[in-house]
Design a protein around this ligand. Structure first.
Ligand code: GUN
Length: 280
């Protein structure tokens, strides 16, 4: 078993972004919007700001109260869309219940959509004409590339069908010639599906959901989950201690896929800057 070191690979990616920005003598700008008081979202937003500082990206934070109306949020996005000094706009999800996630995503200028959530960018993703990448799935692909794990011809089973991870993960795996199965809460005999996986991606959001009996010997296991166990400790969707002895490669939590999401966000912000300044 070998551990995939997301911390090290993410540092290499961020360092490349930092060097490219310094060499070009530019300062891309990312606007991050956080609505409400979700503690996990607060941590993610702080980590994104830290990464911006490392890379030489200016970050603007808009921390809005829980009771913000949809109109207020859409007005802010409109203002940021029209501000030429802002290159990327990210609204941390989830948003409170009175706000429609779909409306928020649709409002963001696709050229500033550093999450790759806008329908235009999702369409580009599935047709192969993308420049901005979905952060978490692209981070997973970067890990595979770093360790020379080629998905071509492999059976990739993705557990979870969210718009943020499961579905875009399938698009990227397909683009790299994997055979893809997406499983979800209605899948019949999930264990049998998972046992087919040469590459297993867990994106469920439940601690220890993937157990050792669901993993084929020698599989590559990529754990996208970020959960807290009963002791409040960070853990993934995979029962790491029991699964690790069966696999060829595995990502830990923390220190696996999570840091890569942020590294790709930094790449995307630089890409968005280039798209807007027509230097790409
Ligand atoms: N919430 C959980 N993951 C993400 C992400 O990658 N981007 C945004 N905007 N919100 C999230």
């Amino acid at each position: 078993m070998q551990i995939i070191d997301g911390k090290a690979v993410s540092l290499a990616v961020k360092t490349d972004v930092r060097d490219a920005i310094a060499k070009a003598g530019i300062e891309p700008c990312l606007a991050v919007i956080l609505v409400g008081n979700d503690p996990a979202s607060r941590v993610y937003v702080n980590n994104k700001k830290k990464a911006c500082a490392f890379c030489g990206i200016r970050s603007l934070e808009y921390a809005l109260p829980e009771e913000t109306t949809q109109e207020e949020l859409l007005d802010l996005i409109d203002k940021l869309n029209r501000d030429p000094a802002v290159n990327g706009i990210l609204c941390q999800l989830p948003v409170p219940g009175q706000i429609s996630e779909k409306e928020v995503i649709a409002k963001i200028d696709p050229k500033k959509d550093v999450d790759c959530f806008h329908n235009e960018n999702v369409g580009r993703l599935w047709t192969g004409s993308y420049r901005i990448l979905p952060c978490t799935p692209a981070g997973v692909m970067a890990l595979l590339d770093h360790y020379h794990i080629d998905p071509a011809g492999k059976h990739c089973v993705i557990v979870g069908r969210s718009n943020i991870v499961g579905k875009p993960m399938a698009a990227l795996m397909l683009a790299r010639n994997a055979t893809v199965t997406i499983c979800h809460s209605h899948t019949a005999d999930l264990k049998a599906q998972c046992l087919q996986a040469d590459i297993l991606v867990a994106a469920v959001g439940k601690a220890k959901f993937i157990t050792a009996d669901m993993v084929k010997d020698g599989a590559v296991v990529l754990d996208v989950g970020i959960n807290r166990n009963d002791d409040g400790k960070l853990c993934g969707d995979v029962d790491f201690e029991k699964v690790k002895d069966k696999v060829s490669w595995i990502t830990p939590v923390p220190g696996g896929c999570g840091p890569m999401t942020i590294a790709v966000l930094m790449q995307n912000t630089l890409t968005a800057y280039k798209i807007q300044t027509k230097t790409l």
